[in-house]
Design a protein around this ligand. Structure first.
Ligand SMILES: Nc1ncnc2c1ncn2[C@@H]1O[C@H](COP(=O)(O)OP(=O)(O)OP(=O)(O)O)[C@@H](O)[C@H]1O
Ligand SMILES: [Mg+2]
Length: 363
């Protein structure tokens, strides 16, 4: 069990952790979520003393790791960490990476370290890569090796700081699968993640961090489906806005349509709405603004409202006053209006992108 009492971490200009107290029970799988900069990384880095807390106490079972003179090496054996960037040793093989700490720090024999290492490689599905070097592996494979290496020390708790965020999207699944498998064993884990569905699927507890600490904690159902704090609610229900910047007539039009489509799929937007938003992009941006503006500077924001699922498309653009709603050709406007409603145009000459148009996408 880990007990955290009044943990505080202060940097010269911010105090991400003001006063955090909580308990982590054996077998807990805790997802740590929250907006950027709210101290999630700082929090878990304090638990294995990668950061020195400014104040407060942390106990692992009965050992106070924040006590003066506490043996950091001993702490690191109890608290395993998986980093975003894998941190494998490049000059030795996969199996040697895994055997190293058990032999050097835990005093295991070479045979023991090898046998256990191979067992762990099987667990993460990579036994055939035992003799490869890290550079011969994909990102997803490297991260699975890093997880196996952490497991090799049989830590009391495994901390992971966004373990899949440095990966190519095609590799996220294989790493999540390994973590999901681990979460079913009795391993205690704490994982900082931005992937809400993943958090929901693997954890028995969720910490929402904000305002200098754990603002709300509970089961995944409590936090994701019935959050009490308005900030938690806004965070978990918020669907991210897609922002697109266009700075040249030669921008990648098909690629941008692809991004819009991917964003819609990710946010479970209906086919019809997706078609309308793509049509809006084509008609408003590609057929009009990009052609009219001599040096296009366009900032587009596509947002899904968390209240009613309505989708809002807005564009800020440079150039002289140009109200597309009254100045573009009628046919083009008719096409646009088949996909949008509630169009509004606004001009503010003090801004670099002085024109602004926003509209709701028709469902
Ligand atoms: N070594 C440091 N020195 C000074 N300030 C720091 C240091 N590390 C983090 N901070 C600051 O502390 C705050 C919390 O940072 P932290 O990295 O813990 O946030 P986070 O919740 O993990 O964010 P993200 O989701 O972006 O990873 C931020 O304002 C950050 O700039
Ligand atoms: Mg972080």
């Amino acid at each position: 069990m880990i007990r955290i009492e009044h943990l505080k971490k202060e940097y010269s200009d911010v105090t991400p952790l003001k006063d955090v107290s909580t308990e982590i029970r054996d077998g807990d799988v805790i997802s740590v979520i929250g907006p950027s900069g709210t101290g999630k990384s700082t929090f878990i880095r304090c638990i294995n003393l990668l950061e020195k807390p400014t104040d407060g106490r942390i106990f692992i079972d009965d050992m106070e790791i924040t006590a003066p003179g506490c043996n950091i090496e001993k702490v690191r054996r109890k608290v395993g960490m998986v980093f975003q960037s894998f941190n494998l040793f490049p000059h030795i093989t996969v199996i040697e990476n895994i055997m190293l700490a058990p032999m050097d720090l835990a005093g295991k024999s070479k045979q023991e370290a090898y046998d256990e290492g191979m067992e762990l490689l099987r667990l993460v599905g990579l036994s055939e890569k035992a003799l490869s070097y890290p550079e011969e592996l994909s990102g997803g494979q490297k991260q699975r090796i890093a997880i196996a290496r952490t497991l090799a020390m049989d830590p009391e708790i495994i901390l992971m700081d966004e373990p899949t965020s440095a990966l190519d999207p095609t590799m996220v699944g294989e790493v999540q699968e390994v973590i999901r498998k681990l979460s079913k064993t009795v391993k205690t884990m704490m994982i900082v993640t931005h992937e809400m569905n993943f958090a929901k699927a693997i954890s028995n507890r969720v910490f929402y961090m904000d305002e200098g600490g754990i603002l709300e904690s509970g089961t995944p159902e409590e936090i994701f489906d019935h959050p009490e704090n308005p900030k938690t609610r806004r965070f978990v229900q918020q669907l991210k806005a897609l922002e697109i910047d266009i700075e040249s007539r030669d921008y990648d039009f098909p690629g941008t349509q692809g991004r819009i489509e991917a964003y819609c799929i990710k946010n479970q937007v209906s086919r019809r709405l997706t078609k309308h938003v793509q049509l809006t992009f084509e008609e408003l941006i590609q057929q009009n603004l990009v052609k009219i503006l001599e040096y296009p500077g366009i900032h587009i924001c596509i947002e899904i409202s968390d209240r009613d699922g309505a989708m809002v498309f807005s564009a800020d653009y440079n150039g002289p006053r140009y109200d597309i709603l009254s100045e573009c050709d009628p046919l083009s406007l008719a096409v646009l209006k088949s996909a949008v409603s509630k169009e509004e145009y606004f001009f503010d000459g003090t801004k670099e992108y002085a024109n602004r148009i926003s509209m709701e996408i028709k469902p």
